[in-house]
Design a binder for this molecule. Structure first.
Ligand code: SAH
Length: 233
């Protein structure tokens, strides 16, 4: 009996190991075919995308699609962004290990985990309570101690923790929220999808010498930024 149990346990451990290895291979393929081939160069970003287990952040029934080249539904009509968009936005922020970052739209928590691999602290706000709580649990379970999740309306930012070296917005308002501009530190960078429901542009905003500079980077499609009553910003 003892022998049987030992063999059984060993088999399970081996199966888990093979599963983890296969997932790591899928991530390496994702990095090469979706990111490097499209021009993502930052080593810290590529390493974070290699490391973070994206399949833990999607609903279990979609776990086998986690490393595919498209966004996936995460419940409540929301989505986890396509891997390339996550990498592109993260690279655009030009993050340093000492940076403190604000994210608006926690969603699954995947983007927050990528940021947490690269910089010092991540403050992330989600308006849908069930999503925010679930993301918080996933992040805690995976051992991220430098991510702070808040349930609330991200339009107003997180004034008590401001200013931020970088701000990433993963839902789309029609204009840049004033409070977010104000919470951007000197030499800070913000990446944000601005536009209407079907036409949006990723805009990179930098603050230098007290002045804000804007550059359009990429056409994209994000879910709208909404207030608590569901009205679009
Ligand atoms: N970054 C996420 C994807 C976010 S999808 C990830 O990695 O999985 C966009 C999210 O923005 C949704 O979860 C949506 O509920 C949230 N959102 C929309 N309006 C918001 C607001 N005003 N404040 C905070 N979150 C908001």
């Amino acid at each position: 009996m003892a022998m049987f149990l030992l063999t059984f346990n060993l088999l399970i451990i081996m199966a888990l190991h093979v599963y983890a290895q296969e997932r790591a291979q899928e991530r390496e393929r994702m990095v090469q075919q979706q990111l490097v081939s499209r021009g993502i160069r930052s080593k810290v970003v590529l390493d974070a995308m290699r490391k973070v287990e994206r399949h833990r952040f999607v609903p279990p029934e979609l776990s086998h699609e986690a490393y595919n080249d498209y966004p996936l539904p995460i419940g409540g009509g929301q989505t986890i962004s396509q891997p390339y968009i996550v990498a592109f936005m993260t690279e655009a922020l030009n993050l340093k290990p000492t940076d403190r970052v604000l994210e608006i739209g926690t969603g699954s928590g995947y983007q927050a985990a990528i940021l947490a691999e690269i910089c010092k602290e991540v403050y992330t706000i989600e308006i849908v309570e069930s999503l925010g709580r679930q993301a918080e649990q996933t992040l805690r379970h995976l051992g991220y101690r430098n991510v702070y999740v808040r349930i609330g309306d991200g339009y107003h930012g997180w004034p008590e923790a401001a200013p931020f070296d970088a701000i990433i917005v993963t839902c789309s308002p029609t204009n840049v929220p004033k409070p977010l501009e104000e919470q951007l530190a000197e030499n800070g960078r913000m990446i944000i999808p601005i536009g209407e429901d079907q036409v949006q542009e990723l805009v990179l905003i930098t603050r230098q010498g007290g002045k804000l500079k804007r550059q359009s980077r990429l056409p994209v499609l994000f879910v709208p930024m909404r207030d608590r009553k569901g009205k679009r910003y």
